[in-house]
Design a protein around this ligand. Structure first.
Ligand SMILES: [Zn+2]
Length: 316
């Protein structure tokens, strides 16, 4: 089932258990991904052992934080942070429905990319469900400018990403990537790109009680004139690829795969969230469409009709 995106909704073929560390809390985390029925979408189940699990939909309406990572909250104090790399893996591989049980307030960072999630999903594979896949189709362009950042969703027959970053730091500078996204391209081009940070910011973050779990095992650390990680970069432009990965995860909060093109300039979690909010604020900018029936099904129907005609002919 690798690379499989059909006309029907999908879920995981079986459950997946993973453990890791929260990059901001530094705390150990266990997650279990469960298969789910059609139209469940992607949902988090926050379990704390002694109380009932709290359910939070992976939906832009529940975004409560966009600083350093994307946070979802139920409005009653329950929240889950750093959802973007896991959601990117699920959306990037075409998983429409899954329940994500988690025993901490933060998705584990793993190696700072979506690679481990992708590997785990590929190990179990996908199962096809009966219901047709529903897409969020962009009908007209929606743009947001936000303090030097620019984001835009526009109509496109597929899912196209066009991401550019421009850092005032020699080690990053200006980088861009543009690609049509499908599971193969997601795996190859984006899923292994790691999160990154500047060494000079680390002490400030630690003083604020953030990034306590950050290490060279899960973050590309950028010094004044070199990459601190001994293994170096996975791609020469790993930084912009990671920004594109984040965009896939953040746009999964649209609640359905997008038929459209996303352009991001100097963006991040905040811009991604603002663009989705602007999109849903304009009823004329989007609609849900169902995937057309696959060709093999049409052929099957035609054959059945043909057989019925022949059968009728023999009978008469
Ligand atoms: Zn990220």
């Amino acid at each position: 089932m690798r690379g499989f995106i059909g006309a029907r909704q999908t879920t995981l073929a079986s459950e997946i258990a993973l453990t890791g560390t929260g990059v901001h809390s530094g705390a150990p985390v266990s997650i279990i991904l469960y298969p789910a029925d059609s139209d469940t979408g992607l949902r988090f189940l926050l379990s704390s052992g002694d109380t009932d699990a709290t359910e939070i939909h992976a939906d832009q309406r529940w975004v409560t934080g966009v600083t350093l990572c994307t946070v979802l909250g139920d409005g009653n104090g329950a929240s889950v942070a750093t959802v973007e790399h896991l959601l990117a893996a699920l959306r990037g591989l075409g998983v429409d429905n899954a329940l994500i049980e988690i025993d901490s307030a933060e998705v584990p960072i793993m190696d700072g990319s979506a690679a481990r999630f992708v590997e785990a999903i590929d190990e179990v594979g996908l199962a096809e469900l009966d219901a047709p896949r529903r897409y969020l189709k962009i009908l007209k362009s929606v743009a947001v400018e936000d303090g030097g950042a620019y984001g835009e969703l526009s109509p496109y027959n597929g899912f196209h990403l066009d991401v550019e970053i421009d850092f005032d730091a020699d080690m990053i500078g200006k980088q861009s990537i543009a690609l049509d996204l499908n599971p193969g391209a997601f795996r190859r081009e984006l899923s292994r790109a790691r999160t990154f940070g500047f060494m000079k910011d680390v002490e400030r973050l630690w003083a604020a009680g953030l990034a306590l779990g950050a290490s060279l095992d899960n973050t590309v650390a950028i010094g004044d004139d070199r990459i601190i990680n001994r293994e170096g970069l996975r791609f020469p432009d790993e930084f912009v690829r990671h920004k594109a990965l984040d965009a896939v995860g953040d746009l999964a909060l649209a609640g359905a795969p997008i038929l459209g093109s996303y352009k991001s300039r100097r963006g991040g979690h905040r811009l991604n969230s603002l663009v989705l909010k602007a999109l849903f604020a304009d009823d004329e900018a989007w609609t849900f469409v169902e995937a057309p029936r696959p060709a093999r099904e049409v052929r099957h129907a035609e054959l059945t009709q043909l057989a019925a005609v022949n059968f009728a002919a023999e009978r008469s």
